[in-house]
Design a protein around this ligand. Structure first.
Ligand SMILES: NC(=O)c1ccc[n+]([C@@H]2O[C@H](COP(=O)([O-])OP(=O)(O)OC[C@H]3O[C@@H](n4cnc5c(N)ncnc54)[C@H](OP(=O)(O)O)[C@@H]3O)[C@@H](O)[C@H]2O)c1
Length: 345
């Protein structure tokens, strides 16, 4: 076991009732009619960095951001997909005063490419300040035996380690004081109802969250669940580590966007995808959850947003990690694992 996880305090017990209530809200979400796109601020001269925006929730979020005149930097894995999305989005938002710059080649499971992307972002931003960061990209694999080139379980590498590494390169442009009291600065970490299926306690496997040992790997749903519980821990830990509220007026929150008909289930058999597309909600609704995280005024660091615009408590043992500092131990563990790729300053 890693030294970061010795002698952790006891966590609250998870509850079946909470699981049922949370699942019900996931499958039957409520649209928050008191806080809609009309209530979002105008975003002229505001900068947002968002990952995985070529499709799904990220694409819809950028559509709305451009309609509000935001300057968007879209970080994608595949250049052609990013450019195709850009063309469609700019065609839809001809009158925007904002812009969309695609930065391609970022495979979040390949830390060398994340580092290169981070350096590209730094070069492009120069002396600009970032107002919003949305760690939207994510993988929900149907397989438990997929790993990156270092043998790290692929969803942990993609959904947890990659975003934390990328953020280290964005920090110098993001961790700056708000220009005025009314300005908003937010960072969003994408979570899911699936965090309910994460390992107990605390939502991650303290023996080895990277699951280097293939034989020790649980079902893929538990691995995806782990990655999404970790996003909840990262949201709070980022705020604590950088004193984001106190020093900069930044809130760092996690968001479960809803269960949506995106390409997320692409790895699953066709019948699952068919059912998924019949039963669930359009990706646009996921963007409402994500942007509630960005723009709803009364959010605090560590809040967990649920669809389509409300705050709830994550699984009780995961919530314990937010209260007793285990989220910070987890953050430090990841930071140590990615140290060779971190910016040298
Ligand atoms: N849809 C849902 O029901 C649901 C529910 C809960 C949470 N979420 C979360 O919402 C977020 C957005 O998902 P979505 O539903 O919009 O799914 P999606 O349509 O599959 O989009 C996922 C995005 O992530 C990118 N991505 C995947 N693996 C990547 C990697 N290794 N490196 C860089 N980018 C990568 C994809 O790029 P490519 O196109 O190049 O693969 C794509 O742009 C995810 O974090 C997901 O876990 C979704």
């Amino acid at each position: 076991m890693s030294e970061y996880f010795y002698n952790l305090p006891t966590a609250a017990k998870k509850s079946k009732l909470q699981f049922l209530k949370h699942s019900y809200r996931g499958f039957r979400p409520i649209v928050n009619k008191d806080f809609t796109v009309e209530n979002y601020p105008d975003l002229t001269d505001k900068i947002c960095i968002i990952t995985g925006m070529n499709t799904g929730i990220g694409y819809e979020a950028v559509d709305i951001l451009l309609s509000k005149n935001c300057t968007v930097y879209g970080i994608v894995r595949t250049e052609s997909k990013g450019n195709a999305a850009k063309e469609k989005l700019l065609e839809k938002n001809k009158n925007t005063k904002g812009s969309l710059t695609i930065i391609a080649g970022c495979d979040l499971s390949d830390f060398n490419t994340v580092k290169q992307t981070g350096l590209k972002i730094q070069e492009l931003l120069k002396d600009k300040e970032v107002d919003f960061v949305i760690h939207n990209a994510g993988l929900m694999s149907n397989y438990n035996d997929r790993s990156n080139s270092d043998g790290i379980e692929l969803m942990f590498a993609t959904n947890v380690m990659g975003p934390q590494l990328l953020q280290a390169y964005i920090d110098p442009f993001f961790l700056t004081k708000k220009k005025s009291e009314n300005d908003m600065k937010r960072i969003i970490w994408l979570s899911s109802l699936a965090h309910m299926a994460a390992p107990t306690p605390y939502g991650f496997n303290q023996k080895d969250p990277k699951y280097l040992d293939l034989k020790a790997r649980p079902h893929s749903s538990t691995l995806y669940g782990q990655s999404k519980a970790c996003s909840i821990l990262q949201a709070k830990a980022y705020g604590i580590k950088h004193q984001t509220d106190e020093k900069y007026g930044i809130q760092s929150v996690s968001v479960f966007p809803g269960i949506l008909t995106t390409e997320l289930a692409r790895d699953y058999p066709r019948f699952v995808q068919k059912f998924w597309n019949m039963a669930f909600y359009a990706p646009r609704f996921g963007a409402y959850s994500e942007l509630y995280g960005c723009f709803y005024p009364n959010l605090e660091t560590g809040d967990y947003v649920i669809p389509f615009g409300a705050v709830d408590t994550p699984r009780y043992d995961v919530n314990s990690a937010l209260e007793n500092g285990v989220c910070v131990s987890f953050w430090d563990y990841v930071q140590n694992e990615i140290k060779e790729y971190l910016p040298k300053n």
